[in-house]
Write a protein that binds this ligand. Structure first.
Ligand SMILES: Cc1cc2nc3c(=O)[nH]c(=O)nc-3n(C[C@H](O)[C@H](O)[C@H](O)COP(=O)(O)OP(=O)(O)OC[C@H]3O[C@@H](n4cnc5c(N)ncnc54)[C@H](O)[C@@H]3O)c2cc1C
Length: 389
């Protein structure tokens, strides 16, 4: 086998590019190959919302200004399933960057750092004692599977996909909005809960809009998926006719993701790293990709052991928290209570943002405040929009 690499990454989304960028950042002489079945720029069904935490990851990867030309947005408005509302300023602004732009910039940055990028669809892998053979012609000491929700590499490695109850489906489109619309808006829906629509203005007179729900709830309607997803989006955001509608699955985190097997490390959606409360996955893709790339070049003897440890250290407590909260959130009343408390207590709002978009966990007193409100029940006190900050 002539073509031997230190790291082969499958998938040029945020997880794959992060892995490749990190490996070259730490070991500039490492031979790193990034394979993607698509040419970039390519579209990806996504809300395009990049949390401030994703920005932190870009800085760690040595590309701090990658999306600095996109408008920061710090206003967030949420309506709970039962009508509790909050409109507040988040502690750190997010950005909305079309994935066609974001992913292509990441791949370009990786190429500029010396990563070899090839268009190639991976179809076969074979594990050897100290390397992995890809499609009978490439050999690598570590293989990072960053090939998304329907990961071929994960399947070839014998790791099952998450169960359907941990899978969501969402459709996204683009709509015209006033250029000065700078509020990220989330409208939750009681019917088929958990389900919500979003509008994330980009800052150029358009917004990414979409609607998502759990796959079993969609199937339970007995209707064609397109009809349900497109219909609910139009119902929840009637003033924003959407174009370029495109849907995709979201593998929601089950709390304890399996990080890989042998010399195959799973990152991003391939590892099921999507926040089960919000559907946020870009930050986890960047973070897990960075840790996988790091393990590949710094722990050549046992990359999976190193990756498992660092991933657990970074996200272990958080993923358990979101798993527990996602179970509680099966009751829409729990979310009503959480939004209601968040509308009146700034620290609860900030915490919900940290748990929904970052790596936050819930301190016991705040959990008790929400549970207390939940148990008391009754109509939301925050039926009117409240501004903070
Ligand atoms: C509708 C929708 C809205 C969302 N909104 C948001 C949001 O607003 N914010 C957020 O943070 N997250 C959001 N997410 C989640 C987010 O899109 C994902 O978590 C994120 O894209 C994961 O990145 P990734 O790099 O793991 O995978 P991907 O971005 O899916 O990249 C995988 C790459 O692998 C390539 N590939 C696949 N198979 C092969 C193969 N066999 N060989 C070679 N290449 C292959 C693909 O071409 C692709 O480029 C949303 C998801 C959906 C579906």
């Amino acid at each position: 086998m002539r073509d031997i690499w230190d790291l082969v990454v499958v998938g040029g989304g945020p997880a794959g590019s992060a892995a490749a960028l990190r490996a070259k950042q730490l070991r500039p002489r490492a031979r790193v190959l990034l394979l993607d079945k698509a040419d970039f720029p390519r579209d990806k069904a996504c809300g395009d919302g990049i949390a401030a935490h994703g920005g932190d990851e870009l800085a760690l990867l040595g590309v701090p200004d990658l999306i600095a030309d996109y408008r920061p947005t710090d206003r967030l408005s949420v309506i709970s399933p039962g009508g509790a509302r909050v409109l507040a300023t988040v502690a750190r602004p997010n950005r909305v960057v079309p994935r066609e732009v974001f992913d292509a910039r990441l791949v370009d940055a990786a190429r500029a750092r010396g990563v070899e990028v090839r268009r190639h669809r991976v179809r076969a892998i074979a594990a050897r004692k100290d390397h992995v053979v890809v499609d009978d012609r490439l050999a690598t000491r570590t293989l990072v599977a960053a090939d998304g929700a329907n990961s071929t590499v994960r399947r070839l490695a014998g790791i099952p996909a998450g169960p359907e109850r941990h899978t969501a489906i969402a459709v996204r489109g683009y709509a015209d909005v006033p250029v000065d619309d700078d509020v990220q808006f989330i409208a939750m829906q009681q019917e088929g809960w958990p389900a919500y629509a979003w509008s994330f203005p980009i800052g150029d007179g358009t917004a990414n809009i979409g609607f998502g729900m759990l796959l079993p709830s969609l199937r339970a309607t007995g209707l064609p998926g397109r009809q349900v997803l497109h219909g609910r989006l139009a119902e929840l955001l009637p003033d924003l006719p959407a174009r370029r509608l495109k849907a995709h699955h979201l593998p929601l985190s089950p709390g304890r993701p399996k990080p890989g097997t042998g010399r195959v490390l799973l990152a991003g959606d391939a590892a099921g790293l999507v926040n089960p409360l919000t559907g946020e996955g870009i930050y986890y893709a960047l973070l897990s990709g960075r840790l996988a790339g790091e393990a590949a070049v710094e722990a050549v003897g046992d990359p999976l052991g190193a990756y498992r440890r660092t991933l657990r250290g970074a996200l272990g407590a958080h993923l358990l928290t979101t798993d527990v909260l996602a179970r509680a959130a099966q009751s829409p009343r729990f979310i009503d209570a959480a939004i209601d408390v968040a509308a009146r207590r700034g620290e609860v709002f900030d915490l919900l943002v940290e748990v929904g978009l970052g790596a936050g966990t819930v301190p016991l007193p705040l959990a008790l405040a929400v549970v207390g409100r939940w148990l008391r029940g009754g109509p939301p006190a925050s039926a009117g929009v409240r501004r903070r900050g």
